[in-house]
Design a protein around this ligand. Sequence first.
Ligand code: ATP
Length: 270
Amino acid sequence: SAFLYCDQLVGDFEQVIQKPVLNQSSVYYTGIDLGTAYIVLAVLDEHYRPVAGAYRFASVVKDGMVVDYIGAIRIVKELKQELEEKLGTELIYAAAALPPGTFTLDSGAIKHVVQGAGFEITGLLDEPTAANAVLKIKDGAIVDIGGGTTGIAILKDGEVIYVADEPTGGTHFSLVIAGAYKMSFDQADQYKRDFKNHRELVPVLRPVIEKVSSIINRHIGQYSVKEIYLVGGTCCLDGIEEMIAKQTSLPTYKPQNPMFVTPLGIALNC
Ligand code: ATP
């Protein structure tokens, strides 16, 4: 499978979120993903193997921009402390990522959050490049459907040649469900995350998946993309890959768990 390394790494990471590995590494690398929906910290050891991880639901980022600095610093600090207690060591080095296209605008903000939480920042990269450190794709498009946005990166011969980020993501999926089922946003989001409901939800979500597909089509139009690779929490939705494949007329693949690919890729770039 094209996702052998990815599935192994994410699988290991899911385990260490539950039960950290105390392995006396000489150095630890932390990847920090400040998302619209979640803040994720992924910790790797000196051999770049996952040893611990933690995440928190947070709304400190909107459309890829930090809108609540104080809140962001507080949450990253708390997650750092929680992981340090579990591992019995101080976490020093961290890398972070930004949605494509926000670099000049927001890299200062992200840096301040990471440093404000007590880390030394050793890497700052864009999210699709981070994801590709795990996926290792040579040619094709990586589509990262997160909470607030959809990021697109086109790769040619292993290099990112085009990036884009558009404000449509899982939040909009939850809003559609809230409307259709007369639920609150939080109820709808919870309902959406339950895999038991996915088969029933796909037809309800068709219009918003079509919107995402049209965004993908618009951005990949001028390039000869042959394959699409899906990452990001929203791609957990069963059947989303088939619908996107149909609407883009391109083979579309996703790893077993598309959720933690980006934070792990960030940590690999620490
Ligand atoms: P962004 O990349 O937009 O800044 P983020 O990094 O917080 O946001 P992710 O963590 O990749 O985004 O994904 C969060 C989204 O994934 C949320 O909308 C959440 O509801 C959705 N999600 C998480 N788990 C599932 C699931 N099992 N099924 C469907 N959607 C899910």
